[in-house]
Design a binder for this molecule. Structure first.
Ligand SMILES: *Cc1c(COP(=O)(O)O)cnc(C)c1O
Length: 356
């Protein structure tokens, strides 16, 4: 049996063309060839992030930059907005970094309420906020623009936004919304193998970072900024992944951003229609459902693990049986990356077959 095709919400299926691009012969990273490669990624990444600032390439998974953002920016106290596995963990990571931290906790499956963020920040003492745009564990997409507007009304508070599973699936407007750090691991919506995270920081974040004493070296934002000015990275990057990134950005440009966003909405709708036909209920409330993945309640008496296992053994497709404390009681299907209505319909036909 070949490796199953991934419809789990990360890592996701990687195209043969991407693997081919990644297998180009190695180049040195301190030379004009690498600088040209790096420079070629900038317009596409800046467009996806909605920023005129440089977009840095970090050889790490998303957590590297999620932790780095705290180490570079939190000098007083961070407010973590928690409504799922990844956002909840950010609170623990802040504690492990020795930061003063408070959280605004929501039930898993609920979005972040901007009005409560305002009330909490008004208590004072905070200098940073962490926010996950698309909680991949629950399929909830909170209102980034509304949260950003609230945080921006507190001039000394910097906003750190994880767009791991929404980057390139929906438009982003970092500069317009006043986001201070926007980050995304490439193994989710970008359809690359894991190991690289793209991120941009505002001028204010750069200034804050310069004044932070214990920000280390590997994830030092000031080092990233300095090297980016010369189209380079502080340390040896995952060059093969950057070849892959260059390729993906070319495919995104060729498709056109609006077409790409529309394709994600359409693929997502196909899964929603399938779920409605079978009576599967969404975990996320209407109006806050992700367009890059879907999370459903496992119905009473439904043998979810047999469903997932049979889909794999019979059709070689892999979906996910829930994450963290909602493992088993939910299941998730990704429509990120290169999927088309044809490939989604293949998955749907296979799921229908397994359901009988
Ligand atoms: C997957 C994911 C992460 C963690 O990414 P790693 O690559 O495992 O570091 C963080 N945030 C969100 C929203 C994710 O989906």
């Amino acid at each position: 049996m070949p490796t199953p095709k991934l419809f789990i919400p990360g890592p996701i299926d990687v195209s043969h063309a991407t693997y081919a691009a990644m297998s180009r012969p190695m180049i040195g990273h301190r030379g004009s060839e690498f600088e040209a490669l790096y420079a070629s990624t900038q317009p596409g990444l800046q467009q996806l992030a909605g920023t005129k600032r440089p977009v840095f390439l970090s050889t790490s998974s998303a957590w590297g930059v999620m932790e780095a953002a705290l180490r570079n920016l939190t000098q007083k106290k961070v407010l973590t907005l928690c409504n799922g596995a990844f956002s909840d963990k950010w609170f623990d990571v802040a504690k492990k970094c020795g930061k003063e931290v408070e959280k605004l906790q929501y039930e898993w499956g609920q979005p972040i309420d901007p009005a409560q963020v305002r009330t909490k920040l008004a208590e004072g003492g905070f200098d940073t906020v962490t926010f996950i745009h698309n909680e991949t564990s629950t399929g909830v997409m909170s209102d980034l623009a509304a949260i950003a507007a609230v945080v921006k009304s507190f001039p000394d508070v910097l906003l750190i936004v994880d767009t791991v599973s929404s980057f390139s699936a929906v438009p982003h407007a970092m500069d317009e919304l006043g986001i201070d750090v926007l980050l995304a691991g490439v193994q989710k919506a970008m359809a690359l193998p894991p190991g690289l995270t793209v991120f941009a920081i505002s001028e204010a974040a750069l200034e804050r970072s310069k004044a932070s004493k214990d920000r280390g070296y590997y994830f030092d934002f000031v080092e990233f900024e300095k090297n980016a000015a010369a189209n380079n990275t502080p340390s040896t990057p995952a060059i093969s992944l950057i070849f892959g990134l260059q390729h993906i950005l070319e495919t995104i440009a060729a498709e056109g951003l609006e077409n790409r966003f529309a394709r994600h909405r359409e693929n997502n709708r196909l899964i929603h229609d399938w779920a409605a036909r079978h009576g599967f209920q969404h975990f996320a409330p209407e109006g806050f459902r992700s367009v890059s993945l879907s999370c459903f309640h496992t119905p009473e008496g439904f043998d979810q693990s047999a469903f997932i296992k049979n889909l794999k053994t019979k059709h070689n497709f892999l979906i996910n049986g829930g994450y963290g404390k909602i493992k088993g009681i939910t299941f998730r299907i990704s429509n990120m990356g290169n999927e088309t209505s044809a490939t989604m319909n293949e998955l749907i036909a296979a799921m229908d077959d397994v359901l009988g």
